[in-house]
Each structure stands twice: as structure tokens, then as C-alpha cells.
Design a protein around this ligand. Structure first.
Ligand code: 5RP
Length: 233
């Protein structure tokens, strides 16, 4: 049976992948929506619609998918820029600031997405919020020995932190870098730029999921009358 949510995510991924041009270095995002973009970039490459593409993966997941869809990969020491990056998000505010990290990949995602000349975000309309933190907990990647003091600092900041636990895996989620993730509930994030810097200043924090002023284009998918509809936000 046709799953409209899946079709909508595929369509957003396809529309984003259609913006990739030949001879470009492409940041490959993580999550279920970005996965479709990677698939469609591979599809366009195999059909000869685009040529000479190299990808920079934002996670182990993106790397595996890029290999599956035969997109050549490079590391950041082999290039001096990224032309376009396509990545998902967990929340998007009216200023195109984001919360990311639902897949615990936000550290590498921020490195890659912020280097891109054009960063395209692919989401469904359920991710649009008036204020960041309204629906999603803020992910914070922390080195394992610093979990307790960082949790205390996050509490002092007004947050309710919890260590992210694995699914079908005993114990906590371990990131691609071998670290842990603390998810923090804030009643409101009034100043995402300040919050991003404050949290990253806690010793032991590697990176948090606030992406402020990085996104250029947000492609939003919705289901209207059972059909996917994509608009630019
Ligand atoms: C991973 C991410 C993802 O991009 C984000 O969680 C969105 O994923 P999905 O498209 O599956 O909803 O930030 O760290």
C-alpha cells in the first residue's frame, strides 16, 4: 500500500537532489529524508543527468548510502569548499534556524552543512515551529567522562537533560565519534544563537544541535488531498 508520508519524504528528497549540478561537491545529510536525496543524486549520476559529483558524508549512515548509490566520496582534507549540502532537520523556526541531531549526527552535519555555499534543508511541514525547542529536545554531544558535569550545567541553564538510550541496543546511544548524547528539554529557547554558544562552552561538550543562520533554503513537504506537495519556505 502507498504510504503518503514516505511518498512525501521521497518527493522532498527528489526536489532537493534535482538542484545538484554537474561538477559539484555535495554535502550528504543524514536521516530518513536526506536518505532519499542521496538515492536520487545517485540515480541522476547513474542516468548521466549529472557528472563529476563527489560527496562528503555527514554520518556513517550517509557514507553507507553513498556507497550503495555509487556516489564517489571525499574527505574534507581533499577539498577546499562544498558547493551544496542537503540535510534534514527536526525543527525549523521562521528565521530558518534549526534543531538537528535526531539521528545523533549533528556534529558532523554542522561541520559539513556550514561549509556549503548553499545549504538546503529537507523537512515535512510538521517540523515547522514558531520557537525552537517547542516539540523537540535539544541534542548535545558530550565526551563520555563529562556526562555528569554537563548534565548539571544544563540543569542550571533551566533544561531537563536525559541521556539518550539505544533502541535494540543495551545502554546509551554512541555517536559516530564514540561519544554520548544528552537530550535537553527547554521550556523555551529565546535566543538560539546565544544558547548555541553557551552550551558549546561547557567543558566536555563537542557540539549541540542548534544550527543558527546556516540554512539557505528550506524545502517543505506536505500532504494535500492524499498527494505530496513541496514548497520553498
Ligand atoms: C540527524 C538529523 C536528521 O537530519 C534529522 O533528525 C531529520 O531526520 P528525518 O528526516 O528522518 O526526520 O539531524 O542527526
Amino acid at each position: 500500500m502507498n504510504d503518503p508520508v514516505k511518498t512525501m519524504k521521497q518527493e522532498v528528497g527528489r526536489v532537493a537532489a534535482a538542484r545538484v549540478q554537474s561538477d559539484s561537491i555535495v554535502g550528504l545529510g543524514s536521516g530518513s529524508t536526506a536518505a532519499y536525496a542521496i538515492e536520487y543524486i545517485g540515480d541522476r549520476l547513474s542516468k548521466g543527468e549529472i557528472k563529476n559529483i563527489v560527496g562528503v558524508p555527514t554520518s556513517f549512515q550517509a557514507e553507507v548510502l553513498a556507497k550503495k548509490f555509487k556516489i564517489p566520496l571525499v574527505t574534507l582534507d581533499a577539498i577546499d569548499h562544498i558547493d551544496i549540502a542537503i540535510d534534514g532537520a527536526d525543527e525549523v523556526d521562521p528565521q530558518k534556524n534549526l534543531i538537528k541531531g535526531g539521528g545523533a549526527a549533528h556534529t558532523r552535519e554542522k561541520v559539513v552543512d556550514s561549509l556549503a555555499n548553499e545549504f538546503i534543508v529537507v523537512v515535512d511541514d510538521g517540523k515547522l515551529v514558531e520557537r525552537l525547542g517547542s516539540t523537540f529536545l535539544l541534542p548535545v554531544e558530550v565526551i563520555p567522562m563529562a556526562v555528569a558535569p554537563v548534565m548539571r550545567s544544563l540543569e542550571k541553564l533551566g533544561g531537563k537533560p536525559e541521556l539518550r538510550m539505544g533502541v535494540k541496543k543495551a545502554g546509551p546511544v554512541v555517536t559516530d565519534q564514540g561519544n554520548l548524547v544528552i537530550d535537553v528539554k527547554f521550556d523555551h529557547i529565546d535566543n538560539p544563537g546565544e544558547m548555541e554558544k553557551t552550551i558549546n562552552n561547557f567543558p566536555g561538550v563537542l557540539e549541540n544541535g542548534l544550527f543558527v543562520g546556516i540554512a539557505d533554503i528550506v524545502l517543505v513537504g506536505a500532504i494535500k488531498d492524499g498527494k505530496p506537495e513541496i514548497r520553498e519556505f
